[in-house]
Design a binder for this molecule. Structure first.
Ligand code: COA
Length: 369
């Protein structure tokens, strides 16, 4: 029997703090008019000290589970696509797994910069179709504000924080993720980087003094690359599913720059109402931009069961890709579950496990040594 991977739940989480273009005017030599005309961005959200990529990811994941009516114990796999993880390791996905109490789930992070959510969606749907898992949480979560050089006007105007999540579930009903493409070109690696803090350039006084722990970007080159691959991969993913552009109701592109989105729409000869954009309010939230835009499109009544939608993204690496989805909505369920209420139990479980590990160490640690 054929298996399909349906998107059955969605959720988003954004910090409350808003940073407007007028605030940025006081920080760097720029203007609201310049930012709006060159990028389409008016404001972005910035995480406060109590928030992180994992905390935003947890909020988005719990909302998505609630929409899908899926209990955390039924999640088989958690993939967090992020370029601003909590740590180099452990994976942010493991922190999410612990905090939502997804006891049975494998968890890992995926790094493909702003294309990460598409890559994660492809991996999740392939795992479901192969029969290896039934239920996957795919999350895009970022606090890129922590890696932005607030004195660099080329980059600090662009990025914002947030998270978005999808629940994918197996079903024999045709639909869900119909096709996907993932591409990369490492010869463009230096066009968008966060150079230090890895094994090549470990953190040192010099890397800090040289500003190598900040995002650096060649905006013009990235712009040229983006407009080319957005069009290319949209057409490719549609062709792969044996469909044509006329069969597609919506395109939900990575929200990096309104001009990139409009150029792609023009190249594809698509009317603006088919293209979802909310970049004005959030800026570029990297891996989170597509699920956040999807959540808002649903709130606005734009995406309905049966609609075909193309998600398309590009990012550092260079990476790019697209996924074509026949939209489904939650699967029919016998009883209601409450993932958010389960959180207190997840917290308790986590504390007990930590305590148990310490006790074990005290009781048997010496023997093992
Ligand atoms: N405010 C005012 N002026 C600015 C500015 C700012 N925030 N940032 C750059 N400028 C200046 C430049 O210094 C340059 O001045 P000059 O002509 O005197 O040298 C001028 O504006 C034009 O710069 P340019 O880089 O050509 O602008 P642009 O129209 O390409 O817009 C970006 C810059 C970054 C907005 C645009 O290139 C872009 O969005 N690129 C893609 C980036 C992206 O999507 N990254 C994420 C990938 S996931």
């Amino acid at each position: 029997m054929a298996r399909y991977a349906h998107i059955t739940g969605w959720g988003m989480a954004i910090p409350e703090r808003i940073l407007t273009n007028f605030d940025l005017e006081k920080m760097v030599e720029t203007s609201n008019e310049w930012i709006v005309s060159r990028t389409g961005i008016s404001e972005r959200r910035i995480a406060d000290d109590s928030e992180s990529s994992a905390s935003l990811a947890v909020q988005a994941a719990l909302k998505a589970l609630e929409v899908a009516n899926v209990h955390p114990l039924d999640v088989d796999l958690i993939i967090v696509a992020t370029s601003s993880p909590e740590h180099i390791f452990p994976a942010t996905a493991c922190i999410v797994q612990d905090q939502i109490g997804a006891k049975r789930a494998g968890a890992f992070d995926l790094l493909a910069a702003c294309s990460g959510f598409i890559f994660a969606l492809d991996q999740a749907s392939s795992a479901i179709r192969s029969g290896s898992v039934n239920t996957v949480l795919v999350i895009g979560a970022e606090t890129l504000s922590r890696f932005v050089d607030w004195a660099d006007r080329n980059t600090c105007i662009l990025f914002g924080d947030g998270a978005g999540a999808f629940v994918l579930q197996a079903s024999e009903e045709p639909g869900g993720v119909l096709s996907a493409v993932m591409r990369s070109d490492g010869s463009g690696a230096e066009l968008l980087t966060l150079a230090a803090g890895g094994s090549k350039l470990p953190a040192s006084l010099t890397t800090v003094q040289n500003g190598q722990h900040y995002i650096r970007m060649n905006g013009r080159e990235v712009f040229r690359f983006a407009t080319r691959v957005m069009t290319q991969s949209t057409l490719e993913v549609i062709q792969k599913a044996n469909l044509s552009l006329q069969d597609i109701q919506y395109i939900i592109p990575h929200q990096a720059n309104q001009r990139i989105i409009e150029t792609a729409a023009k190249n594809l000869n698509l009317p603006p109402e088919k293209i979802i954009s909310n970049i004005q309010r959030y800026g570029n939230t990297s891996t989170a931009s597509i699920p956040i835009a999807t959540c808002e499109a649903i709130q606005e009544g734009k995406l309905k069961a049966g609609d075909r939608v193309v998600f398309v993204a590009f990012g550092g690496g260079l990476t790019w890709g697209a996924a074509l989805v026949q939209w489904s909505g939650p699967l029919p369920a016998k009883k209601r579950v409450y993932p958010r209420r389960y959180r207190w139990f997840a917290r308790l479980r986590s504390r007990l496990l930590r305590l148990w590990r310490r006790l074990e160490g005290l009781l048997w640690g010496k023997q093992a040594g």
